[in-house]
Design a protein around this ligand. Structure first.
Ligand SMILES: [Zn+2]
Length: 126
């Protein structure tokens, strides 16, 4: 159901943008999908195609780009991936405490990317 909910939000945004730009047709849709969201790209694609039926975006090419989970440490400046334990299905809702792989800092580590599921851009025909 989570997939469907997100798809609805994206679909709404696509149509809104298309109308704002006075499109007659949406030809391409680019979506960024964070690793931590644990959304299934195939599911997302499936729902979007359903939602776009008989809209400006029916027949649009849907491109989903995976965004890796990256962190940044304010203490030592480390930027990069963080090794997580495998069982992280629920991290989208709850992230366990994690520390910087280089210096061990726990408080100054921020998530740079990986939690987003956003519409990046669309291509249209007027
Ligand atoms: Zn660090």
């Amino acid at each position: 159901m989570h997939d469907f909910y997100i798809s609805q939000q994206i679909a709404r945004e696509v149509i809104k943008k298309a109308k704002m730009e006075k499109a007659s047709q949406v030809t391409e849709i680019n979506i960024k999908l964070g690793e931590l969201t644990h959304l299934n790209p195939d599911q997302l694609m499936f729902w979007l195609k359903q939602l776009f039926r008989e809209t400006l975006a029916s027949g649009a090419k849907i491109i989903i780009a995976k965004v890796p989970f990256l962190i940044k440490c304010k203490n030592c400046g480390y930027e990069g991936k963080l090794q997580m334990s495998k069982d992280y299905d629920y991290y989208f809702y709850f992230l366990p405490p994690f520390s910087c792989p280089r210096c061990g800092e726990q408080n100054g580590v921020e998530i740079k990317s990986g939690r987003e599921c956003v519409l990046e851009k669309i291509k249209i025909r007027r």
